[in-house]
Ligand binder design. Structure first.
Ligand code: GRF
Length: 212
């Protein structure tokens, strides 16, 4: 059975969605860069091994990433899953886990890389927004895309209402992506493209606002 390690920084709702999903893999550990992350307490309630390693205890990003990798590698994971891990990772770290590092991002990449995605989508007046699960490469929020979910942006939406609508979809697509990976139904091919037998039904379309 495949093994995964989950990295978090805060609330941990995506991590909890993974823990609840009864995935075909062993969740070996949840590691946070913040000792007070609420997600750590949730993981402990599920009986998962947890660890905290503060980036503030290291002089450089490289030193922190090396220490983090050492913690992760104790568990020999097949995949390292970033579930709201709010640190930019060094190229050395990303390369060490090439093809094994997965992230969830709250936008339809390649739109809105980085932070404040919902604010920026609202400011631009887009009618469709969403979330993306992707492999991590050295370029921030740019790796090969595994799965995306789109939601309508509604009149009167606030950052809070829009982020809640997107988060609901994050909790659907993230466990699905890890399930596909762990059951070898989806993989990163040698040409750097995501390969899978799954496709959206050809009749599926989200039109926002709706047609009359
Ligand atoms: C999510 O919106 C995720 O997409 C982003 O950070 C947020 C983490 O939320 N990377 P949670 O900790 O999973 O609740």
């Amino acid at each position: 059975m495949k093994k995964i390690v989950i990295l978090i920084s805060g609330r941990g709702s995506n991590m909890e969605a993974l823990l609840k999903a009864q995935l075909p893999c062993k969740i070996a550990a949840v590691i946070s860069n913040k000792a007070d992350a609420t997600g750590l307490a949730i993981a402990q309630q599920y009986g998962i091994t947890t660890a905290a390693i503060s980036h503030k205890d290291f002089a450089s990003r490289e030193d922190f990433d090396a220490a983090l990798a050492q913690q992760i590698d104790r568990f020999q994971p097949d995949f390292v899953v970033l579930a709201g891990f709010m640190r930019i990772l060094t190229a050395g770290f990303v390369n060490h886990y090439a093809g094994r590092l997965i992230n969830i991002h709250p936008s339809l990449l390649p739109a809105y890389t980085g932070v404040h995605t919902h604010e920026r989508a609202l400011a631009d007046g887009v009618r469709i927004h969403g979330c993306t699960v992707h492999f991590v490469t050295a370029e921030l929020d740019h790796g090969p895309i595994i799965v995306q979910a789109a939601v309508p942006v509604l009149p009167g939406d606030t950052v809070q209402s829009l982020s809640a609508r997107v988060l609901q979809q994050e909790h659907q697509i993230f466990p699905q992506a890890i399930r596909w990976l762990c059951s070898k139904k989806l993989w990163l091919a040698d040409d750097g493209r995501v390969t899978s037998s799954h496709a959206a039904p050809i009749s599926t379309a989200l039109i926002s606002p709706a047609l009359d």
